[in-house]
Design a protein around this ligand. Sequence first.
Ligand SMILES: Nc1ncnc2c1ncn2[C@@H]1O[C@H](COP(=O)(O)OP(=O)(O)OP(=O)(O)O)[C@@H](O)[C@H]1O
Length: 286
Amino acid sequence: MSTTGTDETDRAVATGAVQIEGAALAFGERTLWSGLDLRIEPGEFVAVLGPNGSGKTTLLKVLLGLQALSAGTVRVAGTAPGKGNHRVGYVPQQRAMDQQLTLRGRDLVGLGLDGDRWGTGLRGIRARKRKVAEAVDSVGATSYAASPVGLLSGGEQQRLRVAQALIGEPDLLLCDEPLASLDLTHQRTVTELIERRRRETGTAVLFVTHEINPVLPHVDRVLYLVGGRFRIGTPAEVMTSETLTELYGAPVEVVRVGGQIHVAGAQSALCEDTVHHHEHDHAEPV
Ligand SMILES: Nc1ncnc2c1ncn2[C@@H]1O[C@H](COP(=O)(O)OP(=O)(O)OP(=O)(O)O)[C@@H](O)[C@H]1O
């Protein structure tokens, strides 16, 4: 059954897929970000950029209900994260799986299915199997779906994680560098899958990435975090020399070549100024 036009969808439109207001997150003395207001609509694609340690993964953890805010409020489809009946898909940042892990690829994908919806009858089992096979196939993983995941390459494991996140038909998809360690062909496959899910079912996407170009045509807005400061806007608004220079507090040059965006100087800006370790420089959005 399609979910379009249900009460649930109507509610998501009214409340937004994500509503973050006045949010701050600090670990001890260190504030990752504060004064963060962000409303994400169903079907919106938001790319989250920023240097290592700027709090991108932590933001996803807040939306998963795994990390409490220090201040402010967060709602996912109108309810507290992890509560209510919204479905959230999560592609975690890649860590190599234990080589001893004997779970097969297709069983890993199947873990993304909500057990209750399929039941234990023969028909349910068959439908479930078919669904898993389709999801495995959609990321080009059929040839290795019966192998123990611990023995697969990083990119092969990553494609299974994407299939696992999508198979649960999420309303909100949280992706933490899902393209890392994928070759160009599989980057395209995964990007297209996420994009199709968003287009056809209005899934909101929060996509953490160090590299905006592979997803640039799909990005509605960018949240760029640097050393406690941030900027939210369209790529055209945020990805400019002026904005990033202001954000990094050091010269950064943004060059657009052939529809791609290249950022020069951001790394050296951080090295010279170790921006994200400035305790007193954390609070203000720019
Ligand atoms: N539970 C915690 N307690 C203390 N510090 C934490 C905790 N969780 C995260 N941090 C710190 O918060 C900072 C931000 O971490 P986070 O993983 O969100 O960064 P990130 O922007 O995703 O970085 P990367 O690009 O390296 O993945 C890091 O310095 C990390 O050590």
